[in-house]
Each structure stands twice: as structure tokens, then as C-alpha cells.
Write a protein that binds this ligand. Structure first.
Ligand code: HEM
Length: 352
């Protein structure tokens, strides 16, 4: 049987049983293959790598705080070069993933892609962003070094401020189970259980609403109103190609730079600063105390959730949405300013 016939037969087989063409062959606008439109796909590729490295690490991790426990199991990984590399990759993959998620959100914002009919897509995306931060935070606690112990102490402080709403996140909720063990449960079970349907919703809505076609592209003749379509499968190939490039960057970094692991955590002291994705909160905590972390994070989440409500006019061209774009860049500037102050600030023992 000649090759072309074999391929046709295989395609027929898949088409009849799995409606292959409906999943992979539907037309999408050509601009969806631009690199900025593949950030979401890159997150999926990196996320898959996180899943694989995470499952490997799980085989060697001891999820409790007694000695020998979590900290000892993590530091023992360094004795084996392959496991050390896997740990590094899990850590650096997570950092790159967070950066790309923020870039993805910025792209969506600039393109005005949160507007009708994509408001729920934006909210599902915001939920995913909160989950990504939660994965990184709980992962930091799991290594049970000084940084992790202090992270958990902050969690307890914030949960106490939140009263009944935060009770679930304190030791008192399940006095006989170490809170570290519960954080491990969050990291490997609860967060993934929430992530899967939310990601499913996010992706299904992209299929149902289609990808946005920013008016700016049409107005500037960068995309004609009868823009050429390509098959979705070309997008998947692009997404995998760009995703592999970022995965390769994570791999190269992981070969040369070890994931941080500080001394075994001592409870009750505060000598560390938070990791970069929370470091911008540090100067606020220095001035206003631990409450500032809860209040500022809450305000930012509410502001982001309100974006599709605050900007409902049909125009998506960023040049004609000056107020929203200025608001976005102001927020980024404040974020960078706080990040720099946080990194310059000495480590301080806070008394909440
Ligand atoms: C786990 C994190 C996320 C994943 C895996 C993900 C995945 C994707 C993918 C694959 C796309 C298709 C096109 C593209 O890549 O631009 C997309 C589009 C979109 N995403 Fe996300 N996303 C995530 C987080 C977010 C966040 C944080 C937001 C904003 C709060 C967001 C809002 C949107 C919106 C509104 C669209 C439609 C864009 C358009 O039609 O132009 N997503 N997402």
C-alpha cells in the first residue's frame, strides 16, 4: 500500500471515530500564530513539564516537618545529579511560567481581548493566575527551609486577620495534622483539582468565542478584514515550537543555576525576604505590617476582576483606550518600583 493511501486511511479512521478535523483542522485567523498569541500555549507546554518534574520529585519528598522530614528529603536530592536537575527544572520552570502568564495577561489587556464576549475567559484566566501564584507559594513552603517556614508564618498571620474566612489555612483547622502536610496536599491535589476545570473552561471558551482580532491590526492594515485563515493544527505546531524554546531556556538555566535551598527553617524568627513574585509586597509590609499583604493582594485581584466591567465600550485599539493603557502601565511602574524597593530593603523582623 503506498504511503499517501496509508495516511488517507489513518485520517479517515481518526475522522470517523474522533471527529479529528473538528478538533484540529478548524480555521483560525493567521495572526493567532504571532508569538504574542502563543504565550498561553507556552504556559501549557511549561505546565506539562511542571507536572512531569513534580511527579518525579513527589517520589522522593517526605511531606512532614519533623526531623528527618521535608527539608532533609529536599537537600538529599542534591546528592544525585539527575534529581538535582529535576528539582532545578521544577523551580526555574515555575519562575518562567509566572513571567509568561503575566506577559499573556498583558497581551490580552493591550488587545482589549477581555471585552464582550470574552469577560468570563478573562475571569477564568484571573483564577488561573491566582492558582499559579498559589502553586509557587505552596512549593516554596514545601522545601521547609528558612524561606518556607517564614512563608507559612505569614500565611498563618494573614489567615488570622481574615478570621473565619482564613481558618482553613491555619494549624487550628486540623490540629493533629502538620500544616506543612496540608500545604503539600494543596500543592499536589487541591490546586490541580481546581486548575483542571478552570483551564478546561478557559480553553473551551477560546474555541467557542474564537481568538480576538484586534481592531488596531485591521485599522492599520496589518490585518485585512478578510484576513487569511490557517488551520488550527499550524497553531499547535507553533505553540509547541515556541513552548520548546522556553522549555529549553529553563533546561539550560537548570543545568547551571541551582534552585535555592537555605538553612533548615527555624520557627519564630524572620530573616528572609519573599521570593520575587511576592517581593513587591515586602516594602508595604515593612511600613504597614502584615495586613498590607492581605489588603493589597485583595485590591489587586478585585481591580483585575473589574477590568471587563470598567471598560465595556467596543473599541479595542489601545491608542483609543488611553485611560486603560495608562492605568496598566502605572500599575506595572508601581509594581517595578515596589519590587526594586523590596530588593534593596534589608531583611526586617516584622511584629504583626
Ligand atoms: C494557566 C494560565 C493560562 C493558560 C494556560 C492560558 C491559556 C490560553 C491560551 C492557550 C489562549 C489562546 C491564545 C493565546 O495564547 O493568547 C488564551 C487566551 C486568552 N486568555 Fe489565557 N491562559 C492563562 C492565563 C490567563 C490569564 C492570567 C488571563 C487574564 C486574566 C487570561 C485571559 C485570556 C483571554 C481573555 C484570552 C482570549 C484572548 C483573545 O481572544 O485574544 N488567560 N489563554
Amino acid at each position: 500500500m503506498d504511503k499517501a493511501r496509508k495516511i488517507r486511511q489513518r485520517d479517515d479512521f481518526m475522522e470517523t471515530r474522533l471527529a479529528w478535523s473538528k478538533i484540529f483542522n478548524h480555521p483560525i485567523p493567521k495572526h493567532a500564530n504571532e508569538v504574542t498569541y502563543t504565550f498561553g500555549g507556552m504556559i501549557i507546554v511549561l505546565g506539562s513539564l511542571q507536572l512531569i518534574t513534580g511527579v518525579i520529585l513527589q517520589q522522593f519528598y517526605i511531606p512532614h516537618s519533623e526531623f528527618p522530614g521535608a527539608y532533609e528529603s529536599v537537600s538529599k536530592l542534591s546528592e544525585n545529579s539527575i534529581l538535582l536537575f529535576v528539582r532545578n527544572l521544577h523551580y526555574w520552570g515555575a519562575q518562567i511560567l509566572l513571567v509568561i502568564a503575566l506577559l499573556h495577561m498583558a497581551r490580552v489587556f493591550i488587545a482589549g481581548a477581555y471585552k464582550k464576549p470574552r469577560e468570563i475567559q478573562w475571569l477564568a484566566g484571573l483564577g488561573l493566575l491566582i492558582l499559579l501564584f498559589s502553586f509557587s507559594y505552596t512549593g516554596t513552603v514545601l522545601k521547609w527551609d528558612q524561606e518556607g517556614v517564614e512563608g507559612l508564618a505569614h500565611q498563618i498571620g494573614i489567615a488570622q486577620i481574615a478570621g473565619p474566612l482564613g481558618f482553613f489555612l491555619t494549624q487550628d483547622f486540623a490540629p493533629s495534622v502538620s500544616l506543612l502536610t496540608r500545604m503539600y496536599g494543596f500543592h499536589v491535589t487541591l490546586l490541580p483539582i481546581i486548575l483542571v476545570p478552570l483551564l478546561g473552561l478557559h480553553l473551551i471558551l477560546i474555541r467557542l468565542n474564537g481568538i480576538s482580532s484586534p481592531k488596531i491590526l485591521r485599522d492599520r492594515n496589518l490585518v485585512s478584514s478578510n484576513e487569511e485563515n490557517v488551520r488550527f493544527v499550524t497553531h499547535i505546531k507553533r505553540m509547541l515550537a515556541y513552548g520548546s524554546v522556553v522549555a529549553l531556556i529553563a533546561i539550560i538555566i537548570s543545568i547551571f543555576l541551582p534552585a535555592p535551598l537555605y538553612m533548615r527553617g527555624i520557627e519564630g524568627i524572620e530573616v528572609s525576604k519573599p521570593p520575587w513574585y511576592l517581593l513587591w509586597l515586602y516594602p508595604l509590609e515593612n511600613i504597614f505590617g502584615i495586613k498590607a499583604i492581605a489588603v493589597t493582594s485583595g485590591i489587586i485581584i478585585l481591580l483585575l476582576a473589574a477590568v471587563p466591567l470598567a471598560d465595556r465600550i467596543e473599541i479595542t485599539d489601545p491608542i483609543k483606550r488611553k485611560r486603560m493603557i495608562v492605568a496598566m502601565f502605572s500599575l506595572i511602574l508601581i509594581f517595578v518600583f515596589l519590587l526594586i524597593s523590596g530588593s534593596l530593603s534589608p531583611a526586617i523582623q516584622h511584629h504583626s
